[in-house]
Ligand binder design. Structure first.
Ligand SMILES: *Cc1c(COP(=O)(O)O)cnc(C)c1O
Length: 392
């Protein structure tokens, strides 16, 4: 009993994600002096490449951090104690960013949203219109809510700000959308884009970054929250390094290679692949739940489906914990759990990053196998539905 499962682990979490062999190989090299010409050229290429991904000509700052660090960087640079911000609720990650902002001394108002339908853009517009004194210094958004598998239409958030002539900054967490789904920092008027390394960028966890507009850089000059490591103006002054402390050179070796992979495939082809794999996953889930007793897509709003992660609601009275345990212990398939109030009530399939059709089909078939083993009721035909969706 409890023999270690053989074969490659199927890693289907929505973060971290599979690290391509080419990225691992690129990191398997001796250390470089982080002030050397050779390293500065690599770092420069990474800056340029991530700016192309973000679709921005503005500023970019890297940190040795998780995505939480990038969140903190954006708040510490832009705000003063007591500043008021509006956060658009999306799920567990919007709630976590809210807690961070409160702990840092900001006054946060939440635009409430149903986790299965997503935020109502008309309500956002009304709330901004009612803020005649322009008390909100910023609107905080999560572009792709990794906990619910739902995307937020940032163009509509921008439009709500523009139509109400509200001067608030627009912050967008793009941690689980960048490199998987379309994101356009400059065209969408995003002032700060928050990113991390271990999702669409297919790297180990440990590098965070923020794209920053000129407007946000100006505001950062007078913002009073304490900061040092995250300080954008201090970083700008540290030319040519633009990094405070020792740059994590191996992460940049990996990042340069992951940017090459994305650009060889072509960004639009990368998005199209994620759209295909996302739709195939949803087709499987719809089939499993077709008779009304099986699992269901958590997201009920077809305009908001995420192409990088699908959250799946368990049938009533069933916990996702035994299912996930069977999947990993017996079949070596790692699935995401439900987060926050969805803990035990949902599981998540990440379909972002270094992934193709056979990997997804293997995972979907194994989810069926695990559901059978764990006695989770489901209707047959999920894998067939995924194949039919992919074969067009
Ligand atoms: C993963 C994730 C985060 C947190 O990133 P960490 O690197 O775990 O700190 C934040 N927001 C979203 C949308 C995420 O998917």
């Amino acid at each position: 009993m409890n023999a270690k499962p053989r074969g490659r682990q199927f890693f289907m979490n929505p973060g971290p994600t599979n690290i391509p062999d080419r990225v691992l190989r690129a990191m398997d090299r001796p250390v470089l002096d982080f002030m050397s010409e050779e390293f500065l050229a690599i770092q420069h290429a990474c800056h340029a490449g991530v700016k192309r991904l973000l679709k921005t000509d503005a500023h970019l700052f890297f940190y040795s951090s998780t995505g939480h660090g990038s969140w903190e960087a954006s708040l510490a640079n832009l705000f003063s104690p007591g500043d008021k911000v509006l956060i658009v609720e999306s799920g567990y990650f919007s709630v976590s960013w809210t807690e961070m902002a409160q702990h840092m001394g900001l006054v946060v108002e939440t635009l409430p949203a149903d986790w299965r339908q997503g935020a109502d853009m008309a309500r956002l517009r009304e709330r901004l219109a009612a803020d005649k004194a322009h008390e909100f210094k910023a609107v905080l958004t999560v572009h792709n809510e990794t906990a619910t598998g739902m995307v937020l239409p940032l163009t509509e958030v921008r439009r709500a700000l523009d139509e109400t002539r509200h001067p608030a900054l627009l912050l967008a967490d793009t941690i689980s959308s960048l490199g998987s789904m379309d994101f356009r920092m400059d065209a969408w008027g995003v002032d700060v884009a928050v990113g991390g390394s271990q999702k669409g960028l297919m790297l180990p966890t440990g590098v965070g970054f923020t794209g920053v507009s000129d407007k946000a850089m100006e505001i950062a000059r007078t913002a009073k929250l304490p900061k040092h490591y995250w300080n954008w103006h201090l970083m700008t002054a540290r030319k040519p390094q633009r990094f405070i402390g020792t740059a994590p050179v191996h992460m940049f070796f990996g990042l340069q290679e992951s940017l090459r992979l994305i650009e060889e495939e072509g960004l639009d082809a990368v998005f199209a692949r994620h759209a295909r794999l996302g739709e195939a996953t949803r087709a499987a889930v719809r089939a499993w739940g077709a008779d009304g007793t099986g699992p269901q897509l958590l997201c009920l709003n077809a305009d908001r489906y995420s192409n990088s992660v699908t959250a799946i609601q368990m049938p009533a009275g069933q916990s996702s914990d035994p299912l996930r345990k069977v999947a990993i212990d017996r079949y070596n398939l790692s699935l995401g759990g439900g987060l926050g109030p969805l803990m035990g009530k949902a599981f998540r399939i990440g379909h972002l990053g270094d992934l193709n059709e056979p990997m997804l089909l293997g995972a979907l078939a194994t989810v069926e196998l695990a559901m059978k083993t764990a006695s989770v009721p489901f209707a047959p035909g999920g894998v067939d539905a995924a194949i039919a969706s992919l074969a067009v």
